[in-house]
Design a binder for this molecule. Structure first.
Ligand SMILES: Cc1cc2nc3c(=O)[nH]c(=O)nc-3n(C[C@H](O)[C@H](O)[C@H](O)COP(=O)(O)O)c2cc1C
Length: 385
């Protein structure tokens, strides 16, 4: 058997406070603190507790050279456990699962801290809406009661300001003023396919392709992208679009075409509600867009680069603003959310969470007549009076 260390692993000291009933019955405070180490590895789904001895053994195994454990003087229960939990990778056929995931981490060219940030920040089965309600953190007043006032809205230096000239408003300013995150979709009103097509055209369609070399293709879209690589892949979840069967689709930016994707569900709305972590105020939209980052596309150029992950997330930001403005211009309503259950999306779409994983979901539809969930419209451009 040949072994090597997994590609990316870091350690975090943790302390857990718990109640010890026996101490409490003896009249003591009853609180005990347990200190331990956990390993965070880029190919594992969650942190795993490790002993100091295991960390020591791991520190003696190179990540890039296969060795026989006996030759390297590495045997015993610590090594056996490290193999079992996947921090040490083996070439044995039965250990293929850890080995394959670790290989995908290597092939993707992640910068280690970004790999861990993305991998460990993914949610599965979280209901953020329910948690907000349970913890009474819904309204601005709730937040103030718990956290006090936030840092100032503007952090200006105390020098004399130069007042800038006022410029006359035009149609663009009017459009920008009308953009507001929609949290009240009309669940009964369907979306016409040409409207969806128009928003996709303005947001994610590629309007040209440059092929400067063998196997190289760069897409020109209306949004900027780090390195011009456009690593975000678009999936469409259609619940109520005229002329489009309810289902999940992949959007091809050059063909401007949708291809059905097989997803095991008999209830798309419940699936979507889970994807947006229980935010029922978004789930009524007739159309949702899942933005999946294909990290190796970006990291092909930005190898092990500390800024590369940030650039991918910024791309999602450009896309969402373009999405919202395109929708607003057509009289439609839109939302964007980062509070998503990435792991559930990955399972549904058959993604591995290492080289492909969702980073953002946005949606499109019509605003309902009544504002049940609050929206941020202080200028009363959307909700008049
Ligand atoms: C990256 C990002 C994530 C967001 N996530 C959520 C979310 O999870 N739930 C939600 O209700 N709104 C979400 N929003 C919407 C913001 O709350 C909203 O933009 C903000 O309150 C300002 O309101 P406006 O968009 O109407 O100007 C998100 C916005 C952005 C840009």
């Amino acid at each position: 058997m040949q072994i090597r260390r997994c590609a990316i692993v870091m350690f975090e000291p943790r302390s857990e406070v718990s109640l010890d009933l026996s101490l409490l019955l003896q009249g003591q405070a009853g609180l005990v603190t347990r200190m331990h180490w956990q390993a965070l590895a880029a190919h594992l789904d969650a942190p795993v507790e490790v002993s100091i001895e295991e960390i020591d053994v791991l520190g003696r195994i190179e990540p890039d050279r296969w060795v026989e454990p006996a030759q390297a003087g590495l045997e015993g229960t610590a090594l056996a456990r490290l193999l079992e939990i996947g921090l040490v990778i083996s070439q044995e056929p039965g250990e293929a699962s850890h080995r394959d995931r670790d290989q995908r981490v290597r092939d993707a060219n992640w910068w280690p801290l970004s790999a861990l940030q993305h991998r460990m920040g993914r949610w599965g089965g979280i209901n953020s809406a329910r948690e907000m309600r349970e913890h009474k953190l819904v309204t601005a007043q709730d937040l103030h009661a718990r956290f006090g006032a936030p840092p100032a809205a503007v952090d200006a230096p105390g020098t004399d300001p130069l007042m800038l000239p006022d410029t006359p408003d035009d149609a663009r300013d009017e459009l920008l003023r009308k953009r507001a995150t929609c949290r009240n979709f009309d669940a009964q009103r369907t979306l016409a396919l040409p409207l969806l097509a128009q928003v996709l055209k303005r947001t994610v369609q590629a309007h040209a392709a440059l092929r400067p070399g063998d196997g190289m293709e760069f897409l020109k879209k209306h949004i900027p992208s780090g390195g011009g690589l456009h690593p975000l892949e678009t999936y469409v979840v259609a619940l109520a679009v005229d002329g489009l069967a309810p289902g999940v689709y992949h959007y091809h930016p050059l063909e401007h075409a949708l291809r059905p994707v097989a997803v095991a569900t008999d209830d798309l709305r419940t699936l979507m509600l889970g994807f947006v972590s229980g935010q029922d105020w978004f789930a009524d939209a007739p159309l949702h867009l899942i933005q999946v980052a294909r990290f190796p596309r970006s990291f092909w150029k930005y190898r092990h680069h500390p800024k590369a992950y940030r650039a991918v997330l910024l791309d999602a930001g450009h896309l969402s603003q373009q999405w919202m403005l395109s929708a607003t211009e057509l009289g439609l309503a839109a939302y964007v959310t980062a509070a998503i259950n990435e792991i559930d999306v990955e399972k549904a779409l058959g993604l591995d969470g290492i080289d492909a994983s969702p980073v953002m979901i946005c949606g499109l539809g019509w605003r309902a007549d009544a504002q049940v969930t609050s929206e941020f419209d202080p200028l009363q451009q959307v909700w008049r009076g």
